[in-house]
Design a protein around this ligand. Structure first.
Ligand SMILES: Nc1nc2c(c(=O)[nH]1)N[C@H]1C(S)=C(S)[C@@H](COP(=O)(O)OP(=O)(O)OC[C@H]3O[C@@H](n4cnc5c(N)ncnc54)[C@H](O)[C@@H]3O)O[C@H]1N2
Ligand code: MOO
Length: 394
């Protein structure tokens, strides 16, 4: 039997960072860049107006004030997206809109609020100073600037930046495909009628949701009975995935067959028992490049084991953690990608230190009834060793 920290380290040591793929930028949301993103041109690409107003040569209104306004002749218009072809000379102005291209000859823009227009003339009652109201070429970015770095996670802000740079596609780490199988003769799904000797395969759905929360791709392969051939068949199918998760059958009962099914497919077992509860009979190993997790069937144990063992591995695969950053000992709990930071709160949601009173069979955590009593039948179970979880969170 090994301890929690050792188990987490063995998993991360066996977990590869997945390769790259080019995807449309919206598909890159929550994924990690494998390339630096560089500006291929200045932004803005030319001098443009930051305000609605009048483009002028500064010399035409130097020292203008309400008592000494400057009157200028309007010679054209520069709406956004439609450049004005005229050149602005002394004593002249071009009506310009926010985003409009600065016309030749102009070096200053007077805001519309500081002017009055009458006929073909605009009167300016202020001198805003040379260069006022202009967003100059390259103000935001210079050609060659590195805007995003390999290793950055793509959120909405980064998607906006990519679009600004006219990047329709971007290269990110591949998402792992995670095959999920539930085992047990007593496990049924929505299509089957309820029966006294049946339990819903809630683990299948809960695990799929946890995979989705991690931004990986779940592949639900359903429920297989306690039958070695059936389990081998579904696992052979599952081996096309990057990760296999099974729930149930990890214990030592007569019909707990998952060890045998894994062995017959050549599982290289890294561990099969951990000094932590719930989750003690968790199995981890590899078959070729596929990571294989055999989780205990108890719903709370299944979900907590996912957080402790699988979520960090999926994050590593997607490039969120690299090298030593991922070690439980070095994790500081502050990063939004920190695989260990969430375990304590997740543990609390499932019943926390009072987990020995956790509801049997139902992953309801600390949900309570209207009269304040915990929901679900209270059955004794093992203490979660929270001091170990805390170690993992630092
Ligand atoms: N003699 C011993 N018995 C047990 C030990 C032990 O050390 N010695 N350990 C106990 C612990 S701890 C756990 S955890 C369980 C592990 O059992 P299995 O992984 O073999 O799980 P099952 O027996 O198949 O199921 C346990 C429980 O969970 C329900 N279950 C299973 N799959 C699902 C699912 N997909 N959705 C919802 N619920 C599921 C199942 O009906 C059982 O009630 O072993 C103890 N026994
Ligand atoms: O290990 Mo069992 O997972 O519930 O305590």
């Amino acid at each position: 039997m090994i301890d929690l920290k050792k188990a987490q380290q063995l998993i991360l040591d066996a977990t590869p960072v997945l390769g790259r793929e080019s995807v449309p930028i919206l598909d890159a949301l929550n994924r990690v860049l494998v390339e630096d993103i560089t500006a291929v041109q200045d932004l803005p690409a030319a001098d443009i107006s930051a305000v609605d107003g009048y483009a002028v040569c500064h010399g035409s209104l130097t020292g203008a004030s309400p008592s000494h306004p400057a009157s200028l002749r309007i010679i054209g218009e520069a709406p956004a997206g439609k450049p004005c072809r005229s050149t602005v000379g002394t004593g002249e102005a071009v009506r310009i809109m926010t985003g409009g291209l600065l016309p030749k000859g102009a070096d200053t823009i007077v805001k519309i609020e500081h002017t009055t227009e009458s006929g073909n003339t605009v009167t300016c009652n202020t001198d805003p100073g040379t260069g006022a109201g202009i967003r100059f070429k390259g103000d935001s970015l210079k050609k060659g600037d590195v805007v995003l770095h390999a290793g950055d996670t793509v959120h909405s802000l980064e998607i906006g930046s990519l679009a600004c740079l006219r990047r329709a596609y971007v290269t990110v780490h591949r998402k792992p495909l995670v095959a999920i199988v539930s085992t047990g003769d007593e496990i049924s799904d929505f299509h089957e009628p309820p029966a006294l000797d049946k339990a819903m395969c809630s683990n299948l759905y809960a695990l799929a949701a946890q995979v989705l929360e991690t931004h990986a791709t779940p592949l639900c392969l359903g429920t297989v009975p306690d039958d070695l051939e059936a389990q081998k068949n579904v696992l052979s199918e599952a081996m096309r995935a990057d990760v296999i998760i099974t729930s149930g059958g990890t214990s030592r009962g007569k019909y707990d067959l998952i060890h045998k099914a894994f062995a017959s497919l050549g599982l290289e077992t890294r561990f099969s028992s951990i000094f932590v509860k719930p989750g003690k009979p968790t199995i981890f190993g590899t078959i070729g490049k596929t990571l294989v997790f055999g989780l205990p069937g108890n719903p709370s144990a299944t979900m907590l084991s996912f957080e402790q063992f699988i979520r960090p591995a999926l994050l590593r695969m997607m490039g969120h953690l690299n090298g030593s950053d991922a070690s439980p000992a070095k994790s500081n709990g502050n990063s939004r990608n920190d695989p260990f930071a969430q375990i304590d709160s997740f543990n609390r949601a499932l019943g926390g230190n009072k987990a020995h009173l956790r509801p049997s069979q139902v992953p309801l955590g600390n949900i309570r009834t209207g009269n304040g009593r915990p929901l679900g039948r209270q059955t004794p179970c093992h203490d979660i060793q929270t001091d170990q979880l805390k170690v993992a969170a630092h």
